[in-house]
Design a protein around this ligand. Structure first.
Ligand code: BGP
Length: 459
């Protein structure tokens, strides 16, 4: 075998509560911002399919966990729905406790290590109406929610993830209009980003005080930023893109402090969020044990060529423009670039500049539109393109590990084709295909291939 991975490597996949559970209005669950947004603006969602139409994990988790085992998973990430666990914002819903206990126990019984997220884009509407992440009250509420989760499930959860991709909440909800509350304003965005990292730090501090047996981490989408050229203006553009989209979260999570360059840039443009003196000590306590890395595609940037109007509001892309590199390799089934070496560059950067923190690939994957076209006569999706995609990324990961990076596992996005925010079911990502009408699950060719890789701990 050419590519053997370290002993105990995590092989699995990731999903999230809102994208897989369904039962959106059952089991005592309150509405999230997604339930609400779909009610008021269904046209924003692909084919008008909303968050109630999922792969029904709430009902079918036992069958799904059995399937995970069949395709060689030794680990799996999902999240707890805050709106299900604490529907009125204060009291704990016992039906939800039973559900999450059952899921965690079933995973463990099947030899699958549970990775549990606390927040995966699904803000309870109750807290959003009180200001969501713009408000300090939500930070305190989240800290309470995190403590309740640790106390209820912390004896069995090996790895906790406080947040999934906080930058997406910021850019989607406050800068580029693809998440609720689709407001607009940089200062608000900076406040939201800061509040999420504060909430993260409170959760980490609480977790450590409880002396539980697992580890605590965060999932960040670390999109490497590549300049068009080595010209100083392009290098600066790339540096700034990295500062806003990666380091604004990575530095506090791993180093316990914000990058000085970010602080001075925000100060210079009068965009600093409001904070209290003791908050910076709290941020310093938010250092994680384990970093989850979501990697899909790189960011290619160049120095801004077009002038900004003097009254344009402050935005990260004041400082750079995206750049379409000629000849780049594209996913032909969805317009995203595929650059496998990006995964290696991320891991080497963590090795060299972030104390070689323990990490794992928490999401990587290939979205495919109209994947039904690849169903063969035997009813199976023959997704050789996905096998190639995973294999090529694994090769680069393997190289980074050989060179000393502390990468502990690989999770594909996702297990069963799931509902995805505005895209609903437009892009299919799973190891297992889902028939939306019948809910029948069929293992794709990539699922069978992955089972072998996992069993052999390499390929
Ligand atoms: C990540 C999110 C996931 C999932 C994935 C695929 O950013 O953590 O929740 O949505 O992206 O996204 P999409 O369906 O938009 O292609």
């Amino acid at each position: 075998m050419k590519y053997r991975f370290p002993e105990g490597f995590w092989w699995g996949s990731a999903s999230s509560a809102a994208q897989s559970e369904g039962a959106a209005q059952q089991g005592g669950k309150a509405k999230t911002i997604w339930d609400h947004w779909f009610e008021i603006e269904p046209n924003r969602f692909h084919n008008q399919i909303g968050p109630a139409q999922t792969s029904t994990f709430y009902e079918n988790y036992r069958q799904d966990i059995q399937l995970m085992k069949n395709i060689g998973h030794n680990s799996f990430r999902t999240s707890i729905s805050w709106a299900r666990l604490m529907p009125d914002g204060i009291n704990v819903n016992q039906e939800a406790v039973t559900f999450y206990n059952n899921v965690i126990d079933a995973l463990i019984e099947n030899g699958i290590t549970p990775f549990i997220g606390l927040f995966h884009f699904d803000m309870p509407l109750y807290w959003q109406q009180k200001g969501g992440w713009e408000s300090r009250e939500t930070v305190e509420a989240y800290a309470k929610y995190a403590e309740i989760c640790f106390n209820l499930f912390g004896d069995r959860v090996a790895c906790w993830m406080t947040f999934n991709e906080p930058v997406v909440v910021v850019e989607g909800g406050y800068l580029y209009d693809f998440h609720y509350p689709n407001k607009f304003g940089f200062r608000m965005a900076a406040q939201v980003a800061f509040h999420m990292m504060l909430a993260h730090s409170l959760a980490v501090r609480c977790y450590r005080s409880l002396k539980l047996p697992g580890r605590i981490g965060i999932v960040l989408n670390l999109t490497p930023s590549y300049p068009r050229s080595q010209h100083p203006a392009d290098l600066k553009a790339s540096f700034i893109a990295d500062l806003f989209f990666n380091r604004a979260f990575l530095d506090p999570a791993v180093k316990g402090a914000y990058p000085a360059e970010l602080v001075s840039l925000l100060k210079e443009h009068d965009q600093l969020p409001v904070y209290q003196a003791e908050d910076l000590a709290l941020i310093a306590d938010g250092k994680v044990d384990l970093l989850g890395i979501n990697y899909y595609q790189p960011r290619r940037v160049k120095a801004r060529m077009t002038a900004i109007s003097p009254d344009a509001p402050f935005m990260p892309d004041w400082f750079f423009e995206n750049y379409e590199m000629p000849g780049r390799k594209m996913n032909p089934y969805r317009g995203w670039e595929i650059y496998e070496k990006g995964i290696y560059d991320i891991l080497i950067n963590l090795r060299d500049h972030y104390g070689n923190i323990d990490c794992y690939i928490s999401e990587n994957g290939m979205g495919v539109e109209n994947e039904e076209r690849f169903i063969a006569d035997d009813g199976q999706v023959k997704d050789d393109y996905r096998i190639d995609f995973i294999r090529e990324h694994l090769k680069w990961m393997h190289k980074a590990i050989q060179e000393g990076a502390h990468c502990r596992g690989y999770h594909l996005w996702t297990f069963i084709d799931n509902w995805s925010w505005m895209n609903a079911y437009n892009n299919r990502y799973g190891f297992i295909s889902l028939d939306l009408e019948t809910q029948v699950r069929t293992v794709k060719k990539s699922g069978e291939w992955f089972a072998e890789v996992s069993r052999n701990n390499g390929f």
